[in-house]
Design a protein around this ligand. Structure first.
Ligand code: MN
Length: 250
């Protein structure tokens, strides 16, 4: 694995030209995990990613879509043996999605249970206004010996971050997590050996356009500033963390 940037949570199939977005990650050498919001999207994502060295596709069922698409869990289960990467999954207790929260919990429990049974999965997880519930469910259904969770865009407390670390979690950090003093203070508490970077593109903006995976260097820069480290030091640390995560056999 040569040195490069890491975007461990991005939605390449939601850019206007999906194939071009994949090609760009490959050309720029950005190790990109492209997540899916429905299992129906995974096959095409996997097909495009499989032809590259830098892109991999995660099999997801987004909590914000569970209200309408809970029945797709059957297809998700069918596809699971074909991939080590899972996401976007998780819980969203925000006002727009709270109505489906009980169904979201059923789906997420099923996802974690099946990942734990299979072993060695890497699960990129959404936890908006639901950090405690997500951590409770990881503890119950997929404790550290059974798989790895990467908490995407973590917004919990310092105590919850410590609990997540004890549960073996990694954190994929984006620029929004460095955007003000309060968020940066929380991000600073995350252990550096558990930190990856992400864009969550195209749902975030850079220079008034959708963020591209190669823009993830701005998060690297922010982390370097936050910890008083060099950018190249942070860049190689993130690659090292990615390597550790991928080489762990759980
Ligand atoms: Mn996302």
């Amino acid at each position: 694995m040569r040195s490069g940037l890491v975007d461990f949570h991005c939605h390449l199939d939601l850019y206007p030209d999906h194939a071009a977005a994949v090609e760009r990650c490959e050309r720029d050498g950005v190790f990109t995990l492209t997540v899916t919001t429905t299992p129906k999207a995974w096959l095409r994502n996997h097909e495009l990613a499989s032809a590259t060295r830098h892109v991999r596709a995660a099999l997801g069922l987004h909590p914000q879509l569970v209200a309408d698409r809970a029945h797709e869990i059957g297809l998700w289960e069918e596809l699971l043996p074909q991939t080590r990467y899972v996401g976007e999954v998780g819980l969203d207790a925000g006002p727009r999605f709270y109505r489906s929260f009980e169904t979201q919990k059923e789906i997420f429990a099923r996802v974690l249970t099946l990942c734990a049974a299979a072993g060695n999965k890497i699960v990129t997880t959404h936890s908006v206004r639901a950090t405690k519930a997500v951590l409770d469910m990881i503890e119950q259904y997929m404790p550290p010996p059974r798989g790895r969770v990467v908490l995407h865009w973590f917004t919990g407390t310092a105590a919850e971050a410590t609990r997540a670390v004890d549960l073996g979690c990694y954190f994929s950090v984006n620029v929004e997590m460095l955007a003000n003093e309060k968020r940066a203070a929380l991000t600073r508490t995350l252990p550096l050996d558990r930190v990856l970077t992400e864009t969550d593109g195209p749902f975030t903006q850079t220079d008034a356009r959708p963020t591209m995976p190669s823009d993830v260097w701005i998060a690297v820069q922010g982390l370097a500033r936050l910890h008083g480290l060099s950018e190249s030091g942070v860049e190689s640390m993130i690659i090292h963390n990615l390597k550790s995560l991928l080489e762990e056999q759980v």
